[in-house]
Write a protein that binds this ligand. Structure first.
Ligand code: SF4
Ligand code: SF4
Length: 404
């Protein structure tokens, strides 16, 4: 029989017990409300939030690390919504992931991506020279796209109004998405640029709970942006990138940045409201469902802009049930999507989302995160849903009316 030794003075218990009301795990009532909210525990695998909190509170750090639940958790905070004591699951899980004993368990792909990001500025290892080459090549194609010889995708230009921070997929397997975003910037008529110094909206330091690495990765974006003297950093559609760089940035870097931050759907909605961007909803003459990325919606309050933009570009937005604060994770959050060995598991974590997608009876769904986009696409294929999956900003770009 295995004996567990409680240690209320363990590193994890001491850290979490220092937190104020709402995050202090010693206030856990053991009620189990959190368990009923986790959508992926399937009886064989998956996190049990109450158990994770209790293990942390009792100082069972090693047992928690070895349980496998830490990397199963999607850090979606759906369980947090109904906790009567407001205990925030991503605080508990991220801190536990950061413990020395947990470092060896960081999935290999995430370790490699973090190394690339810290050394080169891009999780996929894109060098500065490759970045410039790629952007200049896409820029040449962009001239044809908008039929304007003066059009371009600028990089490393000082004093622009906007700096666009892309998702690494936009500089690799999804170059068309970059062209689509360039079209939106072009239509605003404002000055904008990209930067070869920081090419990546992601922050995997956040996934692994290493606050020092999360800070370094955030500063790799913030400091060069300040040097370029831009007014607003515009984020590609990325859930955790939005959460880190927009919602909690001052906490991550210990100060306010010298610019404002918004996502590309937020920018498009703002310019639509000003009457500068115009969209033709007949380009998508049908209803489209919307999936809330947990990091943008529940964790950062970004519910409205993607819906408002989508509504301008199609016949109507259909809500998944449940959605918004109650939204169900796509099944790819918390770093699981970035682990190349997780495909089979992600079809279990994503089953509740696939059920929601099917229940709409629609054949088209949009989201505002390129990671959710990938996971939803794989779910559609695996569960034979026949649903087309797009990002909201790419649909907006397709429906954009370019005024010559
Ligand atoms: S997966 Fe989401 S709901 Fe489940 S324990 Fe983790 S944060 Fe909570
Ligand atoms: S819902 Fe909150 S108080 Fe209840 S068991 Fe979960 S963490 Fe503890």
């Amino acid at each position: 029989m295995t004996h567990l030794h409680m240690n209320k003075d363990s590193e994890l218990a001491r850290f979490l017990d220092k937190l104020g009301t709402g995050d202090n795990i010693s206030e856990c009532l053991t009620c189990g409300a959190c368990n009923s909210r986790c959508t992926w525990f399937d009886g064989q695998g998956g996190p049990m939030p109450r158990q994770m909190v209790r293990m942390a509170a009792l100082g069972l750090d090693d047992q928690l690390i070895k349980s496998g639940m830490l990397w199963d958790c999607l850090i979606c905070n759906r369980c947090t919504e109904t906790c009567p004591m407001g205990i925030t699951m991503d605080v508990v899980v991220r801190k536990a992931r950061s413990l020395a004993g947990a470092a060896d368990l960081i999935p290999e792909d995430i370790q490699k991506g973090m190394k690339n990001r810290l050394e080169l500025g891009d999780v996929n290892g894109l060098t500065k020279e490759e970045f410039v080459e790629t952007v200049e090549w896409v820029s040449e194609e962009f001239v044809d796209e908008v039929e304007d010889d003066d059009a371009e995708i600028p990089h490393d230009r000082e004093g622009c109004k906007f700096l666009y921070l892309p998702n690494p997929r936009e500089l690799g397997i999804n170059l068309l998405h970059l062209t689509a975003m360039a079209k939106l910037f072009y239509a605003t008529g404002e000055t904008w640029t990209m930067s070869s110094h920081h090419t990546d909206v992601t922050n995997w330091g956040y996934f692994v709970g290493k606050d020092d690495i999360a800070e370094r990765m955030a500063l790799m974006v913030v400091e060069p942006a300040e040097k370029l003297g831009i007014e607003t950093l515009v984020l590609s559609e990325c859930g955790h990138g939005y959460h880190v760089l927009k919602h909690i940035l001052p906490r991550v870097i210990g100060r306010e940045p010298g610019f404002s931050v918004m996502s590309i759907p937020e920018l498009a909605v703002e310019y639509a409201k000003k009457g500068i961007l115009k969209f033709d909803p007949s380009v998508h003459p049908h209803k489209i469902a919307y999936h809330d990325p947990c990091n943008i919606a529940r964790k950062s309050g970004g519910y409205d802009a993607p819906r408002e933009l989508l509504a301008l570009c199609c016949e109507g937005v259909v809500e998944l049930t449940p959605s918004r604060e109650d939204g169900v994770c796509c099944g790819g959050g918390g770093g699981i999507l970035q682990d190349s060995g997780s495909t089979k598991k992600r079809m279990i974590t994503g089953k509740p989302k696939a059920d929601q997608m099917k229940a709409t009876g629609l054949d088209h769904i949009a989201t505002a995160c390129l990671s959710c986009h990938r996971q939803l696409g794989e779910l559609s294929k695996h569960f034979e849903l026949g649903m087309k999956v797009d990002t909201v900003a790419s649909l907006a770009s397709e429906a954009l009316i370019l005024q010559k």
